[in-house]
Design a binder for this molecule. Structure first.
Ligand SMILES: O=c1ccn([C@@H]2O[C@H](COP(=O)(O)O)[C@@H](O)[C@H]2O)c(=O)[nH]1
Length: 308
């Protein structure tokens, strides 16, 4: 799957991921109203509304982008119905030939990680049959439990040619509380980066490993260092847009081949229709998906101008 991700980035010339983080408050009233008329003001109604919202955004942007990143928390808040909307979203994005990165941030003791890896990236045996359930192409993984929590994901990646992005240096303001702590003279995130490079070394696609890393756009200096520490790992970079990251912060996340990083923006794209800069260009809640397309085009141009 890492090969497909690289090919799609090269084809679209867009190292970006649209984050599908559909809070109900971002879903325009006309979509909520139609879904509630059919399913009531219920979790099922909310799940239908967020799926319709996602579908419109995917339809408006899928020719421009290589990948999407649905954030499972936004779906889980609506319980079982929300999880069904997550699954419908993954399936619809696959129909559109997009690479799907499930932002699920899993990781536990080995046996439990194994079940997470099976559910999100692998297939589960039921009697005489096997089923792929969630079926994302990549999943985000939390490394806090160490190697035996990561190994089941790596094993499934090898079997299924799927991939993972391991949290190394996260984009949030408090990420330094633990991740910047010095151990043997080096910050914890650097130790984790070294392990990512090691775990990924026998799990290679054509040019990049199936084992990638998450490093926030909000920490460009750390991104520069980690790019050197993990030369063969793709970096998933959240923090662009709503969290303040800009194209100029991203230059050192990329390798000299122009690859090696993929930048996520969620609110900046899915809720673009609420921003003055797009309202001034004729956007209303009715044509919200057109604003998402404009925001994707602007993001591609911003990153390209920073890199060239
Ligand atoms: O370090 C991290 C890891 C994950 N995220 C996730 O990315 C998106 C960012 O959303 P924006 O609206 O573009 O800020 C969201 O799903 C986070 O959970 C992150 O931000 N930082």
């Amino acid at each position: 799957m890492i090969n497909k991700l690289v090919e799609k980035i090269q084809k679209t010339n867009a190292p970006i991921v649209v984050g599908l983080d559909p809070m109900l408050s971002y879903v325009p009233q006309h979509i909520q109203k139609a879904a509630f008329e059919e399913f009531g003001e219920t979790p099922a109604g909310a799940a239908e509304a967020i799926f319709r919202f996602n579908k419109a955004i995917v339809d408006a942007t899928c020719d421009l982008i290589p990948a999407v990143k649905p954030q499972i928390a936004m779906y889980e808040q609506f319980g079982v119905e929300g999880v069904k909307a997550f699954q419908r979203t993954v399936d619809y994005c696959h129909e559109k030939d997009l690479v799907v990165i499930g932002d699920v941030k899993r990781g536990d003791i080995g046996s439990t990680s194994s079940a997470y890896a099976t559910g999100h990236l692998g297939s589960v045996q039921i009697g005489s049959k096997r089923f792929s359930t969630f079926s994302e192409d990549f999943a985000t993984v939390n490394p806090y439990l160490g190697s035996d929590g990561i190994k089941p994901f790596v094993d499934v990646c090898k079997e299924e040619k799927k991939g993972i992005f391991i949290l190394v240096k996260t984009s949030n303001p408090s990420s330094g509380e633990f991740q910047d702590r010095l151990i043997d003279g080096k910050p914890l995130y650097e130790h984790v980066g070294e392990k990512v490079a090691e775990w990924g070394s026998d799990c290679m696609g054509d040019s990049y490993s199936y084992v990638g890393a998450v490093v926030g756009a909000t920490y460009p200096e750390q991104g520069k260092l980690l790019r050197q520490v993990m030369p063969k790992s793709f970096i998933l970079v959240p923090g662009y847009g709503a969290q303040g990251g800009k194209g100029k912060d991203l230059v050192h996340f990329f390798n000299k081949d122009g690859l090696g990083a993929i930048i996520n923006s969620s609110r900046g794209i899915i809720a673009a229709y609420k921003q003055d800069q797009y309202i001034d260009r004729g956007i209303t809640a009715e044509n919200f998906a057109d604003a998402s397309r404009m925001a994707v085009e602007d993001m591609i141009a911003d990153i390209a101008s920073a890199l060239h």
